[in-house]
Design a protein around this ligand. Structure first.
Ligand SMILES: *Cc1c(COP(=O)(O)O)cnc(C)c1O
Length: 525
């Protein structure tokens, strides 16, 4: 079988033994050694640093002084370096290659952001320092707030939520506080959520104590406005709508959706995870949005980090602004100040969402990104993100089946598994085979409304050459799938350090505790 190399020229048939008939003797693969857990080394007595014996600091713990060894592994500096570098090589990173996870906006993290975040004036300060000594940091938070409000056309922002999902919690708590203040909380117990929504939307609504009512979707992937209108009433607290939505499509009826929502006395929560597609071009405030989170790690290029440390500021309409959680920054001619208690001008605040003021390091990075792009640059971010997704959609649609073939997409190209029918290959198999080719898979099986969904989001930071490299790999795999090369897919990945994992079991029954081998005197904590 002929395959394509990364720039699309035909190459010799693939001679790689992808069945792995000859597993290596050590478990290592191609210069990647197997790595044991850090606790499984032999270095219990070792340390990488010389610490002087403490002098004159007697323990102050009464009878609570530890008598067993603490159970921390000991590694020399090179051993510690190798351990973590080897672990990092087992994982994918945006610095290695395109990371096409739809909905996640895995864009390049500019090094300028990192440089700014490491400036001592930002990195060496403490949240308990007197405010007079951290005026620059407060000014930075104030500037970030200003630009988030400007870009969204909203009058207020709560900076402190730590992620998108936490921002949803913030937004719905503000909405609940507003209904409580107007005496309507008891009757408004429902939140309407479209079927294509991200799982965090219904989860958040349920967590805040609402019952979730699903809103249907039209055949062209948008909110069914007639169904929404039928379900809106004086028992509805809010709707949660993502725009552009999780099918990568702009909600054309968004103005009608917000009008109907407000007419029913409910609030419009917009999931702003896809703001990247419209930043600099559309202001959600002009669409009638009452609350929207902004994932700084998506649109504003801060690193994603396994749920944290992150930041998901929430912009709020005038109706919800009084209920925003503390703290927030204010200033007058004497300088900047943090309002930290729900009293005085913050007396209606619903409370506080986290310790101190939130993720300072992410604020610095996000503002660096905004300032280095400028308003024209941010507008181009959205334009290029949408262009790149449409380029992928256009170049794969002859081989794969786009879920919504009519018209352009926004910043994500969505395919279903119709084109795999009869091949015995599933979306999961296809995604795993991508790993063997050196590509992180796209988002799979989301949104749920599309069968076998493959959601590809290239972001604006991929060049045409990188997009072509990705597209050629996808085309080569799709051609192999259609030609019946089932073995290539069924057991994949063959070349990854670990083969196909039971991801469901790993998520449901995670092993979070290391148990010391029998007979060792190491405390396992
Ligand atoms: C990423 C995402 C979220 C959740 O954001 P986190 O920052 O991961 O908590 C919510 N909705 C959509 C559509 C998303 O893509």
């Amino acid at each position: 079988m002929t395959t394509m190399n990364t720039v699309g020229r035909p190459t010799a048939p693939n001679t790689v033994d992808h069945d792995y008939k000859h597993p290596t003797l050590t478990g290592g693969r191609g210069l990647l050694q197997n790595e044991a857990l850090i606790f499984e080394g032999d270095g219990w007595g070792k340390t990488g640093v010389d610490l002087p014996e403490p002098k004159g600091t007697g323990a102050d713990l009464g009878g609570l002084v530890r008598s067993d060894p603490i159970g921390l592994p000991g590694l020399s500096e090179p051993e510690a370096m190798r351990h973590y570098v080897r672990l990092s090589q087992k994982n994918h990173a945006i610095d290695l290659a395109i990371y096409p996870l739809g909905s996640c906006t895995m864009k390049h993290n500019p090094r300028l952001n990192e440089k700014m975040a490491r400036l001592p004036g930002f990195s060496d300060i403490h949240p308990l320092q007197p405010q007079s000594t951290v005026q620059g940091a407060l000014e930075l938070m104030d500037s970030l707030a200003h630009w988030l409000k400007t870009l969204t056309g909203m009058p207020a922002v709560a900076l402190s939520p730590k992620a998108g999902a936490h921002g949803e919690l913030c937004g719905l708590m503000a909405i609940r506080a507003a209904h409580e203040a107007s005496g309507q909380h008891e009757k408004r117990r429902k939140v309407l959520v479209p079927t294509s929504a991200h799982g965090t939307n219904p989860a958040t609504a349920a967590f805040v104590g609402y019952s979730v009512v699903e809103v249907a979707q039209t055949d062209d992937g948008r909110v069914d406005v007639a169904d929404l209108a039928a379900k809106l009433g004086d028992d509805v607290a809010a709707i949660m709508v993502t725009n552009p939505n999780t099918c990568g499509l702009f909600e054309r009826d968004i103005l009608e959706i917000s009008r109907l929502t407000h007419e029913a006395g409910a609030y419009f929560y917009c999931d702003g995870a896809n703001f990247n597609a419209i930043v600099g071009r559309v202001r959600p405030g002009d669409l009638g949005v009452d609350a929207m989170h902004i994932n700084l790690h998506k649109t504003f290029s801060t690193p994603h980090g396994g749920g944290g440390p992150g930041a998901g500021p929430v912009v709020l309409s005038a109706a919800l602004a009084p209920f925003a959680p503390v703290p927030w920054v204010v200033h007058d001619e004497d300088g900047f100040d943090l309002i930290e208690r729900p009293e005085g001008e913050a007396k209606a605040a619903f409370g506080r969402l986290c310790a101190f003021q939130g993720q300072m390091g992410m604020y610095v990075r996000a503002l660096s990104y905004m300032m280095s792009h400028g308003s024209d640059g941010l507008r181009q971010v959205a334009e290029d993100a949408v262009l790149n997704a449409n380029y992928i959609k256009a170049r794969l649609s002859d081989l794969m089946s786009p879920a919504f073939p009519d018209g352009p997409c926004m910043h994500e190209a969505l395919f279903d598994d119709e084109w795999l029918k009869g091949t015995d290959i599933t979306t999961l198999d296809f995604a795993k085979a991508m790993i063997d080719e050196g590509f992180h898979p796209m988002t799979m099986y989301f949104p749920l409304v599309v069968h076998g969904a493959m959601l590809i989001e290239p972001t604006e930071t991929e060049s045409k050459a990188e997009l072509d490299r990705f597209i050629e790999a996808m085309r080569a795999l799709a051609t192999a799938a259609k030609a019946g090369d089932v073995d290539r897919f069924k057991g994949a990945p063959f070349h990854a350090p670990l083969r196909r994992l039971d991801e469901t079991r790993a998520a449901r029954q995670p092993k979070l505790k290391w148990t010391a081998p029998d007979g060792s005197n190491i405390a396992a904590e």
